[in-house]
Design a protein around this ligand. Structure first.
Ligand code: F6P
Length: 322
C-alpha cells in the first residue's frame, strides 16, 4: 500500500482534527502518501482531493470542527453515487481509506467496501457515543463537558429565581450525553430513549421537591426521548403545576463545537494512528475502538448496531443523589 486517503463525514465532532493529524503523520512516517478528501462522501464523489503533508495538519490538534469539512451525503446511498466515488478513488491511485464518522458513515463504508476492492478502516467520530465496539467515541467527552458547563450556568439562574428548567441535550437515538451531564450537574431527573419515561413518577418527584423547598429543579431530556422533547415535557408539567415557572433550553449545536478535552485529543490520536496500522496490516471493513484502554477492531456492521443498554446504575444515581 503506497497511498491512502482520509475523510470526515456526518456530524462533526471535537477531536476529529486530532484524529486527522494522527492519520496523516502516522502514514507519512510509514512512507505512505496521504490524500485528504473534503466534505465526506460528497467530496469523494466529486473528487475534492488534496495532498496532505506534515504542515497541512500543523496547529490543529486543539481545534474543534474538521479541517476536511463534513457533509451528510444522500448521493452516496445510491449505487451510481458509490460508483462515481470508486472511480475518483481509483483515478487518484488511492489504495486504502480511513473514514472518521458515525453510524451513517460506517453503514456507507460497509456497503462500499463490499462492492469495490478498496479497504476502509474507520474511527468512531460522533458526539452521541452510539457505536458498539468502543467505550467512548471521538467527540463525546468534549460534548458532555460542554453540556455540563452550560447546565451549571443555567442552574445558577434556576436557583436565583426558583425555577424549573427543562434542558434538551443532543443524542439522536441514545441518552448518553443526557445521562452523564445529568449526573455531573446533580439534575433532578433525566429522560432518555433507552428507558420508558414515566411522567407520573416525574410529577411525583417534582411534588416531593416542592415539599423539600428545593429552589432549583433541572430536568435533562435527550432529544431522542420518546416523549417528544423538552417542550412536550413542559406542556405535561404545566398541566399539573400551572403556577410553576418553567423554562425550556435547547442546548443544540453548542455541544458539537469547541476545543477537544485532553482525553479526547489523546483518544483520537491513538485511534488515528491505529487506523493506519490496521490498513497496513491488511484489515478492512472494521472500526478502530478503544475498550478498557485496549484497541479493538469491530466490523462496521457490528459497530453500527448499538446493543448496549444504558447502565441502570447510572440512571439510579440521578434519582438517588439529586
Ligand atoms: O450525530 C450527532 C448529532 O449531533 C446528533 O446528536 C443530532 O441529532 C444530529 O447530529 C444533528 O445533526 P445535524 O447537525 O445534521 O442537524
Amino acid at each position: 500500500m503506497k497511498k491512502i486517503a482520509v475523510f470526515t463525514s456526518g456530524g462533526d465532532a471535537p477531536g476529529m482534527n486530532a484524529c486527522i493529524r494522527a492519520v496523516v503523520r502516522t502514514a507519512l512516517n510509514k512512507g505512505l502518501e496521504v490524500i485528504g478528501i473534503h466534505r465526506g462522501y460528497q467530496g469523494m464523489i466529486e473528487g475534492e482531493f488534496v495532498v496532505m503533508n506534515n504542515a497541512s495538519v500543523a496547529g490543529i490538534i486543539h481545534q474543534g470542527g474538521t479541517i476536511l469539512h463534513s457533509a451528510r451525503c444522500a448521493e452516496f446511498r445510491s449505487k451510481e453515487g458509490r460508483q462515481k466515488a470508486f472511480e475518483q478513488l481509483e483515478k487518484a491511485g488511492i489504495e486504502g481509506v480511513v473514514a472518521i464518522g458515525g453510524d451513517g458513515t460506517f453503514t456507507g463504508a460497509d456497503i462500499f467496501s463490499k462492492e469495490f476492492d478498496i479497504p476502509f478502516v474507520g474511527t468512531p467520530g460522533t458526539i452521541d457515543n452510539d457505536l458498539n465496539g468502543t467505550d467512548f467515541t471521538i467527540g463525546y467527552d468534549t460534548a458532555i463537558n460542554t453540556a455540563m458547563a452550560a447546565i451549571d450556568n443555567i442552574k445558577d439562574t434556576a436557583n436565583a429565581h426558583n425555577r424549573l428548567f427543562i434542558i434538551e441535550v443532543m443524542g439522536r437515538d441514545v441518552g448518553f450525553i443526557a445521562l452523564r451531564s445529568a449526573i455531573a450537574t446533580g439534575a433532578e431527573a433525566v429522560l432518555v430513549p433507552e428507558s420508558q419515561t414515566d411522567t407520573e413518577a416525574l410529577i411525583q418527584t417534582l411534588k416531593i421537591n416542592q415539599k423539600r423547598k428545593k429552589r432549583a429543579n433541572i430536568i435533562i431530556v435527550a432529544e431522542g426521548d420518546e416523549t417528544g422533547g423538552a417542550f412536550k415535557i413542559e406542556e405535561e408539567i404545566k398541566k399539573r403545576f400551572p403556577f410553576y415557572e418553567t423554562k425550556v433550553t435547547i442546548l443544540g449545536h453548542i455541544q458539537r463545537g469547541g476545543r477537544p478535552t485532553c482525553m479526547e485529543r489523546v483518544r483520537a490520536s491513538r485511534m488515528g494512528m491505529e487506523a493506519v496500522n490496521a490498513l497496513l496490516a491488511g484489515k478492512s471493513n472494521v472500526m478502530v475502538g478503544q475498550i478498557h484502554n485496549d484497541i479493538v477492531l469491530t466490523p462496521f456492521d457490528q459497530a453500527v448496531k448499538h446493543h448496549e443498554e444504558i447502565n441502570p446504575i447510572l440512571l439510579e444515581m440521578v434519582e438517588m443523589l439529586s
